[in-house]
Design a protein around this ligand. Structure first.
Ligand SMILES: [Zn+2]
Ligand SMILES: [Zn+2]
Length: 283
């Protein structure tokens, strides 16, 4: 990489999902920053029992946003098609390289993957990334938002079960071969160090890194972690293990606002350099 820091981002959100700014505003900011290109990856989260999830009861924002937290692919198809069209129109109007992506929560119940593939075939999109924010039971059929785990359960054995499955589901996502990269692999640190600190679930994290390496799937270092857990996603010890496996990296801001685009990219670059990570993703 010739630049001192990466001049593009493939993980960002607009007000189509839970971002705060329009596509045009994000593109204009990317141009202002001197970015060569931008990928917008709004959420695509569809699970057949999403609307019955206890998380929909405890979180008003989930009740209000049925096209983000959705039970039915068919119900959102038109809206997603319109979004893809708008992305193309903005790219043309702004004369800027804009990739249409989606951040997909990976679910494991029978039929889900086929439904996702069928849905994506009907969209004019460029890429999908795997970003996992939900936890589910053994059947995969009942789910909760990861950040609700402590509010809904107190049993530590349940935490362990849910999180074990979470890391396994990410490995399944990687093995599906569908995703350009895996986002925030230790997002579960949002639960706090008492449940998922940097050294917890270590065997599961290592297994996931091995799966990334074996399948040649890149992962991100996300500066969003700095705003959530005061550290990058992922933690330093994971970066060291990823470096040993020569896993390919992309720097992400996971920007939900124009002010977050490219945020802390210089520092992220130094962190990658510190670990000798040179294998980098560019579309
Ligand atoms: Zn995410
Ligand atoms: Zn995101």
């Amino acid at each position: 990489m010739q630049n001192k820091f990466q001049t593009f981002s493939y993980h960002s959100h607009t007000n189509f999902s839970d971002g705060k700014c329009s596509i045009t505003e994000m593109v204009c900011r990317a141009k202002e920053l001197g970015f060569s290109e931008l990928g917008i990856s709004d959420h695509l989260i569809v699970h057949k029992n999403m609307r019955q999830s206890p998380s929909c009861v405890v979180n008003a924002y989930m009740q209000k946003e049925p096209h983000i937290y959705c039970s039915d692919f068919d119900a959102i198809l038109e809206r997603f098609q319109r979004h893809c069209d708008e992305m193309r129109q903005v790219a043309k109007a702004e004369n800027f390289k804009l990739y249409t992506g989606f951040e997909v929560d990976f679910f494991t119940y029978d039929g889900w993957l086929e439904e996702l593939q069928d849905f994506l075939q009907k969209l004019d999109y460029d890429y999908v990334i795997s970003g996992n924010h939900f936890l589910f039971d053994e059947s995969g059929e009942n789910l909760i938002n990861l950040t609700d785990l402590k509010e809904l359960y107190t049993d530590r054995a349940i935490y362990r079960d849910y999180l074990n499955r979470h890391f396994k589901a990410m490995a399944q996502a990687v093995e599906s071969g569908m995703f350009k990269f895996l986002a925030h692999i230790d997002y579960a640190r949002r639960l706090g160090d008492d449940i998922c600190g940097p050294t917890d679930f270590w065997a599961e994290k290592i297994a996931l890194l091995d799966t990334l390496a074996a399948n040649n799937v890149p992962m991100e270092i996300s500066t969003k972690g700095l705003r959530r857990v005061n550290d990058y996603f992922p933690s330093d010890n994971i970066l060291a293990e990823a470096a040993k496996r020569n896993i390919c990296f992309v720097v992400s801001d996971d920007a939900h606002h124009t002010s977050e685009l490219g945020l802390n990219f210089t520092d992220a670059e130094k962190t990658l350099q510190k670990h000798g990570i040179k294998n980098r993703l560019k579309f």
